[in-house]
Design a binder for this molecule. Structure first.
Ligand code: NDP
Length: 293
């Protein structure tokens, strides 16, 4: 069994991005600039946004963090988005999800200019992805593709089983891996909470991708020998022995499944690390106007 080391890969890709950014600036090009809008005080969102801002600094980007209180109105948030859409100094921006319940996430996502949508959540980018046109790929699926590519894990003709059909992970990765691309050409099955006999599907998987949000959902009896496991889940479980009283686990029972796997991502230190890197890749593309000209 080999660990798919997201931390190591993220460092490598960040080094590459830092070099490319320095070269762009030395050649008179612009310093890429990412803005992040954070609403409220959800602890996980604060950690994610902090990581994104810190990662920008590491590769030589500018970043702007816009923090707003939990009771911000929909109109005020839409106004901020409108301003960011029209600010030539900002190459791309994200609105950290989830938003408080009184805000309409769909309306907020739709308000972002697709040309600045470096999270790749806008329907224009999702539609372009589905058609194989240049686009900002959603960050987590893009990170998974990078992991498969850089570890040279073949996907062509393989059985890929994705568990979870969210708009930001399960659905887009199922589209990407079924497309006619180098990391693609797989036969993809997309499972969800209504799937009958989940284990019958997962046991067929050469590559299993879990994005469920429930710890230990995928157990050893549900996978075949030699499976490649990509565990997207990030779940907090109580752990009185941990300093913070909890620890992070994925959706896959790592101790049970890893001995059967040929490759497996750890949690933490797997997909999450590459998600942030994908956002940086999209921001660099945005600063070059590589997707929309
Ligand atoms: P969602 O909560 O949006 O979707 C979960 C999906 O899992 C749904 O499609 C649901 O089915 C399905 N599901 C739930 N229970 C079962 C079950 N018992 N059997 C089969 N399918 C089931 O999830 P996300 O994709 O947004 O997130 C999933 C996890 O990944 C979370 O832990 C999240 O924190 C983490 N995450 C990690 C990221 C990273 O960078 N590593 C990035 C994004 C998310 P149905 O549609 O029928 O309800």
């Amino acid at each position: 069994m080999q660990i798919l080391d997201g931390k190591l890969l993220a460092r490598q890709v960040k080094d590459e991005l830092a070099k490319e950014t320095a070269a762009q600036i030395a050649a008179g090009g612009k310093v890429p600039h990412l803005a992040a809008v954070l609403v409220g005080d959800n602890p996980a969102s604060q950690v994610y946004v902090r990581n994104k801002v810190r990662s920008c600094e590491q590769v030589g980007f500018h970043s702007t963090l816009i923090k707003k209180p939990v009771d911000i109105s929909q109109e005020e948030l839409l106004h901020i988005i409108h301003e960011l859409n029209n600010d030539d100094g900002i190459d791309g921006f994200i609105v950290q999800l989830p938003l408080p319940a009184h805000l309409d996430e769909e309306k907020i996502t739709l308000a972002i200019d697709p040309e600045k949508d470096v999270d790749g959540f806008h329907p224009v980018n999702i539609g372009r992805m589905a058609l194989g046109l240049p686009c900002y790929l959603p960050a987590t699926p893009c990170g998974i593709v990078e992991i498969l590519k850089r570890y040279e894990i073949p996907t062509s003709g393989k059985e890929v089983v994705v568990v979870g059909r969210s708009n930001i992970v399960g659905t887009p990765i199922s589209i990407l891996l079924s497309r006619k691309e180098k990391v693609g050409n797989a036969t993809v099955t997309l499972c969800h909470s209504r799937t009958a006999n989940l284990a019958e599907h997962t046991r067929r998987a050469d590559i299993l991708i879990a994005s469920i949000g429930k710890p230990n959902t995928i157990t050893a009896d549900m996978v075949k020998e030699g499976v490649v496991v990509i565990d997207v889940g990030i779940n907090r479980i109580d752990d009185p022995e941990a300093a913070r009283g909890y620890r992070l686990v994925g959706d896959v029972d790592f101790p049970g499944v890893s001995p059967k796997a040929s490759y497996i991502t750890p949690v933490p230190g797997g997909v999450g690390q590459m998600t942030v890197v994908s956002l940086l890749m999209n921001t660099l593309s945005a600063s070059k106007k590589a997707i929309y000209g």
